[in-house]
Design a protein around this ligand. Structure first.
Ligand SMILES: C[S@@+](CC[C@H](N)C(=O)[O-])C[C@H]1O[C@@H](n2cnc3c(N)ncnc32)[C@H](O)[C@@H]1O
Length: 292
């Protein structure tokens, strides 16, 4: 068996020889949400009330739910599709307002948590969760009165995957159904190149000592921010390389994609329409309606 020290040394050489510019969407271009161990660690972050890095804190979500119900024109008994639902924090809150919800997400620990939360809230009869990659999910047709993609995951898909997903959401909606999509505000993204590092023995990257080296590059030509992480697991002698891409969309481009998919009455809200959210300025919320 190869000694951990050798593996780490070899990894340092590979790091030294890395290409100056990573290829966008290499290694999937996203966090390994669907990796079981990563998903368990990420669940801790989703539920941590000291920050909103993975999911918003309870108090902020409570402010969003009535706004969303209003803008999605949801009434008790209607059916909402929550795409990339994570641990079901929104989905269960909607169900507690007598709205039927189907959530889709590919993170195993998040989906397990969502199902448990629905059970504990006594809404598991109207709230179901499907563990699946939303890029390959076979969405039903004309089934939902409303759909959401909250907290920006469309940005980690390639443009063509994103357009396909928007088209699939359109197909899944009933005529007259409303879609709300939350995406990073391109004006607010940090476009500086930077590098950073830190060590820890418990966190998103692992639960034993690790060193994380990070770097960010900005590709102005195609409006993609790329973060590259090298995580050295010091005990195991393993190294993870993760490339995280964020595709930014100018407002008019995103609206054009919604129109291409068939949506009408497309509009957007900045600052989360002045809801009291810590990071409201970082986001744009788009709304579109399926042709009645
Ligand atoms: C930032 S979290 C937000 C979760 C939830 N919408 C919320 O706000 O609490 C992003 C979620 O998107 C999911 N996700 C990312 N890419 C996905 C994909 N291709 N298919 C299914 N789920 C995906 C992740 O597993 C994660 O749960």
């Amino acid at each position: 068996m190869e000694k951990p020290a050798n593996k780490l040394y070899d990894a340092l050489w590979r790091l030294f020889q890395r290409p100056d510019h990573p290829v966008p969407w290499a290694y999937g271009g996203n966090l390994p949400w669907d990796d079981p161990a990563f998903s368990e660690r990420m669940l801790r972050e989703h539920l941590d009330q000291t920050h909103g890095a993975a999911s918003r804190v309870d108090q902020e979500r409570a402010a969003q739910i009535p706004w969303l119900i209003n803008h999605l024109s949801l009434q008790p008994g209607m059916h909402l599709l929550d795409v990339t639902c994570g641990p079901g924090l929104y989905a269960v809150a909607f169900a507690q307002n007598q709205i039927q919800v189907t959530g889709v997400d590919f993170a195993p620990a998040a989906v397990r948590h969502a199902r448990r939360l629905a059970q504990e809230a006594g809404v598991s009869d109207i709230c179901q969760f499907i563990e699946h990659d939303v890029r390959t999910f076979d969405f039903p047709s004309d089934e939902f009165e409303a759909a959401t993609i909250l907290y920006g995951q469309l940005a980690v898909m390639t443009k063509s995957e994103a357009l396909d997903l928007i088209k699939n959401v359109y197909r899944a909606l009933k005529p007259g159904g409303t879609f709300i999509l939350e995406l990073l505000n391109p004006e607010r993204i940090d476009k500086s190149e930077s590098t950073w590092w830190f060590t820890d023995d418990r966190g998103l990257w692992g639960d034993s000592p690790f060193l994380c080296l990070g770097e960010r590059q900005w590709r102005a030509e195609d409006q993609i921010s790329i973060e590259r992480y090298h995580v050295f697991h010091l005990v195991e002698g393993e190294v993870d390389e993760i490339i995280l891409c964020d595709q930014l969309y100018a407002v008019e481009d995103l609206k054009a994609m919604l129109h291409t998919a068939g949506f009408r009455d497309v509009c957007h809200f900045s600052q989360w329409d002045n809801l009291p959210l810590n990071d409201a300025a970082e986001w744009l919320v788009y709304k579109g309606v399926k042709k009645p």
